[in-house]
Ligand binder design. Structure first.
Ligand code: ATP
Ligand code: MG
Ligand code: MG
Ligand code: MG
Length: 439
């Protein structure tokens, strides 16, 4: 992409309404624009990162054998009356009437609709297990939408649902989700710690939230610092292997890590004092096993091996796709701007031309652009006729992992400058070497 053709409405001033760094940088880098409280337009740069994150979520879900699908955002109230949640959801639910005066709503989550789909089409235990998921916009009329995309009213969420014959099978699905979530967050350069949580309105007693530690997080968390040493890494996983998934589950959830709702002071005190941490965290996902709560209320049964109908065991699993942009920035930035982890960066590298219009500099930039693109990388070439200082500031703000600076003086010696956004270190080298280093 060439900057001269891109839409990147960078703000010089820090917007006064933004209280936390991720919100400030997302506005300043022209990633989002608020349209009304907690509702945002995603401008090209923000949209690009959103799609990268979404793509990682899809890849990891499909690796785990879960099926992508899509349900409508506007739903009829009827199913929600059946489950009892039409009342229970209260003011967080956005209620709408259509022209025939029918009660509709904008989906805050989708247990009811998926359960209806399931009961309409699945009759036998032989069709289990089944896990389907979607990545779709949700709406919750939050009392206090704030912190930008972190607590929006409209937000993008992955929600998955498993249907199993037995509790044992459903717990395997739970573990599979835990593993796939660990992989998902790590690919985004994030450490998200599974913590025992409260199931709230969802019901059921097995649930973990995934928290990214950050001072600006809205949850208070208590944990054994040993949990921060755990990483999933690139180990092989067979998602059909019940013991292997259970092993990962145990490894990542045995040490003390809880949100304030489930915090137990006595248990916490058993952790060696120097490892006891109290901090704040951002909830970027949650997994639930809730048994037969919805299947019983909505009569989602299958014929068991003995021919008798049994309600299916279910769980649901969410990832805050749009919230993740905020969480990643909270975890990875400095005072100049965002520092994108490689896995989600909107462009792989920036090219800054110090002297636009200089034949040699222009030619070298074009050549770099071509060779990076040929390698399947996406460069962002600042080809505007602007001061170098402004170009650098923009590149630092939008946080691409690498910057190649090209100027007539360096070119005389056959070199360009390669700068790492994360370390700030610069090195001169021939253009081909810079390309090699990025690829
Ligand atoms: P919170 O405690 O932050 O209100 P939640 O527990 O109500 O979140 P879930 O029902 O567990 O949310 O939804 C799954 C995920 O969707 C959450 O883990 C979070 O990452 C994301 N999410 C929930 N509410 C919002 C929101 N208002 N804006 C952005 N993301 C959200
Ligand atoms: Mg909530
Ligand atoms: Mg929560
Ligand atoms: Mg939650």
């Amino acid at each position: 992409m060439r900057m001269s053709r891109y839409f990147l409405p960078v703000l010089k001033e820090t917007p006064s309404e933004a209280q936390i760094v991720s919100h400030r940088y997302m506005l300043r880098a022209g990633m989002i624009k608020q349209s009304s409280a907690g509702i945002y337009s995603w401008l090209p740069l923000g949209y690009k990162v959103l799609k990268k994150i979404e793509n990682i979520v899809h890849e990891e879900q499909s690796r785990a054998g879960h099926l992508p699908m899509l349900m409508p955002t506007i739903q009829s109230a009827d199913l929600w009356r059946e489950s009892g949640r039409y009342e229970a959801f209260g003011d967080e639910m956005l209620r709408i009437k259509d022209r025939h005066d029918r009660d509709m709503l904008f989906t805050p989550t989708a247990e009811e609709l998926i359960t209806d789909i399931f009961r309409s089409h699945v009759n036998s235990y032989k069709d289990l297990p089944l896990t389907m998921y979607q990545i779709q916009w949700k709406f919750r009329d939050e009392v206090r939408p704030r912190f930008g995309v972190m607590r929006g009213r409209e937000f993008y969420m992955k929600d998955g649902y498993n249907f199993d014959l037995t509790k044992e099978d459903a717990l395997h699905a739970y573990n599979r989700h835990l593993v796939s979530y660990l992989r998902t967050y790590e690919r985004m350069g994030l450490q998200a710690i599974p913590m025992r949580a409260d199931s709230g309105a969802m019901g059921g007693d097995n649930t973990h939230e995934f928290l990214v530690l950050a001072e600006t997080g809205e949850s208070e968390v208590f944990y054994d610092s040993a949990v921060t040493d755990l990483t999933f890494g690139d180990r092989e996983i067979d998602y059909d292997n019940v013991e292997q998934c259970a092993g990962v589950m145990e490894e990542f959830t045995t040490k003390y890590a809880r949100t304030d709702e489930t915090h137990d002071e006595a248990l916490f005190n058993e952790v060696p004092e120097e490892r006891r941490k109290v901090a704040r965290g951002i909830e970027v996902g949650q997994i639930f096993y809730f048994g037969t709560k919805y299947s019983e209320a909505m009569k989602a049964t299958v014929q068991g091996p003995d021919g008798k109908p049994v309600p299916v065991h279910m769980g649901s699993h969410g990832i805050g796709v749009s919230r993740l942009l905020g969480a990643i920035i909270e975890a990875s930035h400095d005072d100049k701007g965002i520092i994108w982890p490689e896995g989600v960066t909107p462009f792989h590298c920036g090219i800054v031309n110090l002297k636009q219009g200089d034949e040699e500099a222009d030619g070298a930039c074009e050549a770099l652009y071509k060779s990076l693109t040929a390698l399947g990388l996406e460069p962002l070439y600042d080809d505007r006729n602007e001061r170098a200082g402004g170009k650098f500031a923009t590149m630092d703000l939008i946080g691409l992992p690498w910057r190649i600076t090209v100027g007539p003086r360096g070119l005389k010696n056959g070199v360009v400058e390669l700068t790492s956004r994360r370390t700030g270190e610069s090195e001169e080298m021939p253009p081909e070497d810079a390309v090699k280093k990025i690829a």
